[in-house]
Design a protein around this ligand. Structure first.
Ligand code: ATP
Ligand code: MG
Length: 573
């Protein structure tokens, strides 16, 4: 348990002052609340007895001042305690969120793809938030309760040792027994609450995102039923947790009543050797009543521990991941030219039986244009991704300008390469922002020019670069996405250009236009073009034909045709 919570407890060190101040204030508040009830009880009883006995010299000034003082300290203390402890908790949470997010950032696509998107968001938002119970509901109440019990027992022992130990003993027992009982009872519920909350959000997200598909296939009702079922189970668990909270409170009230009666009975027999305890009875009885205030939150709190633990485990799974790819610090010198060489490169995805790339070797001189050709799934996109260090090969070496890729710092590597990937991502944002990510310094007129070149002037028609595209805005067709990808590539000046089927889904005219544009733009650059299509391959310096992760043929268009192998057969078809 401690191991799970340790990373989060360690975060508390940064804000130890505020967090300890919160606990001190909580203790002061409970103690003043106890003294308020005790002094007033004793004062009333004392005055009554004084009246009965006809004593006229009863000092009422001091207790009256004590009552007022305690009341003021209690109110101010409670307020200050809430402000301080919540402030501290939110600071810790803010830090934890940034900490978790920073751990996510360097993860490779593989590291992130292990979690569904809704799952990631859920862990980052809901699970992190649940962790605020740890201090507010668990640590602070438990420490305060124990300190209060010790102080009260010590204070009472000055009057009567055995009575003080009896009350202290009962409370201490409850302070440990109740958490244990309710932790046990609440653990399965808490774990389920965490899991169901995540399931529910995941299912809801799929339901929203997959509306179109679900409607077309008439699968909406069945999917909805699943969602409702999860919701029902989640609500049921929440209800169970609420009843558990209710039982813990009734148990505390019941124990409080029993203890109160017991102390009354014991105190009636005399206090501190005086068999006529007088007003001190009221003092003891009221202490026992008031001190239970410290126990209230403790019993209830520990049923949340299961919930907290489950969330902590899930956040740990995120932050314990090590990035598969790390970049060195410092600055490598970039270049305006790019040559590439791969030697015996092998790569397999996790949990895939067959290697995606198997003994790939190739050399591309600066300024050469080469094409990668092959059946679907033969590893073309994987090869491009290795060139961007989305993953590193398990064997073999990739060099850019004769320097191994892992020696490049991230900024230099990104400056030297530009990619049009197979799936171009469109951000839900303005057209301008979608373009600026490729070239943050580009002017509006440059952006408009590039968009016009790739044939997307239609997107500019209504709101110009301010047009909102992607989710929540104008939907972008597949072909338009591609061309936005190409436009981004044209903006990002880099000597190495990796194109993953840049003209897929475009009609022949547009395809020709884009290919001409790319050719003109890439004249002095190094180009790796992945394609299914055979148009324009005559102009390539070399063509590599891949099959099942290997290069099976290479050469110019003419050479490969005369080889009468796979390339020739592609052509014939
Ligand atoms: P296509 O022409 O369809 O784009 P491709 O040649 O680009 O195909 P890759 O995407 O490189 O093929 O995939 C090569 C193999 O690796 C395929 O069998 C694919 O299923 C598998 N693969 C691709 N990406 C992953 C991944 N992230 N995790 C596991 N396996 C993957
Ligand atoms: Mg591909």
């Amino acid at each position: 348990m401690v191991k799970t919570l340790l990373p989060f407890l360690a975060l508390y060190r940064r804000h130890w002052f505020l967090l300890s101040l919160g606990i001190v204030l909580a203790i002061i508040t409970i103690l003043s609340s106890i003294s308020l009830l005790t002094i007033s009880g004793w004062f009333l009883a004392g005055s009554a007895l004084a009246g009965l006995a006809g004593i006229l010299t009863f000092n009422y000034m001091l207790p009256a001042a004590g009552v007022r003082g305690s009341a003021i300290v209690r109110t101010a203390g409670r307020y200050a305690e809430r402000v301080v402890s919540h402030d501290a908790t939110f600071r810790v949470l803010a830090h934890l969120r940034v900490f978790t997010f920073k751990k996510l950032l360097p993860l490779s696509p593989g590291g992130i793809a292990r979690f569904r998107q809704s799952e990631l968001l859920n862990r980052l938002v809901a699970d992190v938030e649940t962790l605020d119970h740890l201090y507010l509901r668990l640590i602070s109440p438990l420490i305060s309760a124990i300190v209060v019990i010790v102080v009260v027992t010590f204070g009472l022992s000055l009057l009567d040792l055995s009575l003080a130990l009896t009350l202290g003993g009962i409370m201490l027992f409850l302070a440990f027994a109740l958490p244990a009982i309710f932790y046990r009872a609440g653990k399965p519920i808490g774990a389920d609450l965490t899991a169901l909350r995540s399931d529910y959000r995941g299912q809801l997200t799929s339901w929203l995102q997959g509306q179109a598909e679900l409607v077309i296939f008439g699968a909406l009702p069945a999917f909805r039923a699943k969602l409702d079922d999860i919701e029902k189970r989640w609500l049921f668990r929440q209800k169970q947790q609420a009843s558990l909270a209710g039982s813990s409170q009734s148990l505390i009230i019941f124990s409080s009543g029993l203890t109160f009666t017991l102390i009354l009975w014991l105190a009636a027999n005399g206090i501190g050797g005086d068999s006529h305890p007088g007003a001190l009875i009221a003092l003891f009885v009221f202490v026992s009543l008031a001190a239970f205030e410290a126990l209230g939150p403790v019993a209830g709190a520990f049923q949340h521990l299961g919930h907290v633990m489950a969330s902590a485990k899930r956040v740990n799974q995120l932050i314990e991941q090590r990035p598969e790819v790390t970049f060195p610090e410092g600055k490598t010198t970039g270049s305006l030219q790019a040559s590439l060489s791969l030697e015996n490169v092998n790569f397999s995805y996790d949990n895939q039986p067959f290697p995606a790339l198997n003994g790939i070797g190739l050399h591309i001189s600066a300024g050469e244009h080469i094409a990668l050709l092959g059946r679907t799934g033969c590893g073309k996109s994987t090869l491009l991704q290795l060139l961007t260090r989305a993953w590193d090969p398990q064997q073999g070496i990739i060099k850019l300008n004769n320097i191994p890729l892992p020696d490049y710092d991230e900024t230099t590597l990104r400056e030297m390469t530009v990619v049009v990937s197979q799936r171009v991502h469109i951000f839900s944002s303005t057209l301008r922002d979608n373009m600026l990510l490729a070239a943050p310094d580009a002017s509006d007129s440059q952006l408009e020019e590039v968009l016009t070149k790739v044939g997307l002037s239609v997107l500019l028609e209504q709101d110009g670069l301010n047009a909102w595209i992607g989710d929540g805005g104008r939907q972008i067709s597949g072909g338009e996405q591609r061309r936005i990808g190409v436009a981004r590539a044209l903006l990002h000046k880099a000597p190495l250009i990796l194109l993953d089927e840049p003209t897929e889904g475009l009609d022949a005219d547009t395809e020709g236009q884009i290919l001409r544009l790319l050719k003109q733009h890439c004249q002095h650059k190094t180009v790796v073009l992945v394609t299914h299509r055979l148009t324009g391959l005559e102009r390539m310096n070399r063509i590599y034909v891949m099959d099942a992760g290997r290069i099976i043929e290479q050469g110019t268009h003419q050479e490969l045709l005369s080889l009468q192998g796979q390339y020739f057969r592609f052509h014939q078809r």
